[in-house]
Design a protein around this ligand. Sequence first.
Ligand code: SIN
Length: 303
Amino acid sequence: MVDTSVRFSDLLLDNPVVPASGTFGYGKEYAELYDINLLGSFSFKGTTLTPRFGNPTPRIADCTSGMINSVGLQNPGVEEVLHSVLPEMRGYFHKKVIANVCGFSIEEYVETARRLSEDESVGILEINISCPNVQHGGMSFGTDEKMAYEVTRAVKRAVKKPVMMKLTPNAPDICRIAKACEDGGADAVSLINTLLGMRIDLKSKRPVIHNIKGGFSGPAVFPIALRMVYDVYNTVRIPIMGMGGVSSAEDVIEMMLAGATAVQVGTANLKNPYACKEIIENLPKAMSFYGVDRLQNIIGEAH
Ligand code: SIN
């Protein structure tokens, strides 16, 4: 009998598998396919202070072993999430959820995080300073050490729940950003968000994505994500939620060996809506095959 449970900050997760923000909505569509209570938790769609329609289409481009998205933080806004979405979610998901928060100013991050933190279903706040698809917000906070520190500190002062900062691989040095977040009081970091990329349509000779560039994700980025988790583990003492191209139980184990305490699964959900369920079901067998009794014990073992 293997033990898949992990402690992540304040949360004891039955297993480390967590669908990534933006690939799982607020869980409702997936709950129609399987009992999503088997997940460790899930991170809901990046939520902003006011509703957002998102970017003009096309927003998606196909790539070898991955995809590019430029969704632009489409979401119903914090008010609707608190008063309608989360009360409904409690009917089909009975664990603590991860609230992904995005903003365009420190004040907006603080206000949205503060309001979401007061909801009983929210276990951890994931502060998204890494969205590559909006101007003046998201990634602009996550590529600048001072801004990353400031937003972390401001959110930490405003909320009582654990704060996890979601980092971008597009920063010049992700380790310095992780350290700035830790210095600002972050309880955890999650990484990596998508890598800025683009495609050009050969017939029209124009960029495929309306906004020209978008975030590249999928199995192709896994080695890059793994390397960054490995490096950040050497830099900070707070727990890491690793993500980037994870699509199998073996990938989860590899991410944990690199230093992740829990692991988010993103693009794989869009290709196969049962991806997380299958990964969780395959974990015990993969653990036995590689001689792992307890997942919590292998965190950072590759170092
Ligand atoms: C988006 O909505 O554009 C994706 C969110 C993100 O990459 O953080």
